[in-house]
Design a protein around this ligand. Sequence first.
Ligand code: NAD
Ligand code: ZN
Length: 248
Amino acid sequence: MIEALRKRIDEAAQVVIFTGAGISTESGIPDFRSPGGVWTRYAPIYFNEFVASAESRREAWRRKFELDETLLTARPNKGHRAIARLAHIGKVRHVITQNIDNLHQDSGLSENQVIELHGNGTYATCLDCGARHELEAIKAAFLLDEEPPVCRLCGGIVKSATISFGQAMPEEPMRRAREATLACDLFLAVGSSLQVYPAAGFPILARRNGADLVILNREPTPLDDIASLVIHEEIGAVLAQVARLNDH
Ligand code: NAD
Ligand code: ZN
């Protein structure tokens, strides 16, 4: 199986890697479905509630700071490093990720190489003017009076730079992801249950466009049937071998 994946990567001209929460579990960040995880403990706060109500914003920031300890201290694992190596040698030009943990960038990929479909949880932005705000300063102020932050430049609402339920998908990353998907001849989906749309539409688009589709995930996914190779194994071990990380 691993040998088959390695061969496909060797033979491909342009590989796109598509990642989900599964690639980051080995860094200690729980995936979506883990029992007891924060994701299952709270009902999601929808985007329109966040915008409409200061109380919802207060609750969103409380939860965010509860979650952040894990998110902000996590380090890239073998899987991220293997992908960075494949990018470094020119095999992989783009990584499309559903993750918000910044670990692909932390493993050495540039902003141009990473396409974030669901935003980034390691900083915040103003919903009106787009200015970036750092979490540390927001947290220090929030802990004093629990007032939800506003933009110092324009007075707009400041929100974690992630895409919430009910929030429009970010246009530019969606456009870039589509372009990368149509340009590749091998699309490798790693650590995603492939159930969240529109993100899960990209492997389907790749397949329709004639690319080879390979899925690496511990559990079966609804797209296993249309893949040409499916590997139900642990991500770090498989990718490290594929990228020959152990040889160096
Ligand atoms: P998911 O939780 O739906 O699916 C993850 C898949 O990875 C599961 O099928 C699981 O079996 C598999 N997996 C987990 N660890 C693995 C390992 N070590 N080896 C092999 N397989 C492994 O995740 P998703 O498809 O990305 O969708 C969840 C949504 O939640 C995404 O939209 C994402 O934005 C968000 N989310 C992000 C993070 C993060 O940034 N790290 C974490 C949790 C959720
Ligand atoms: Zn602003």
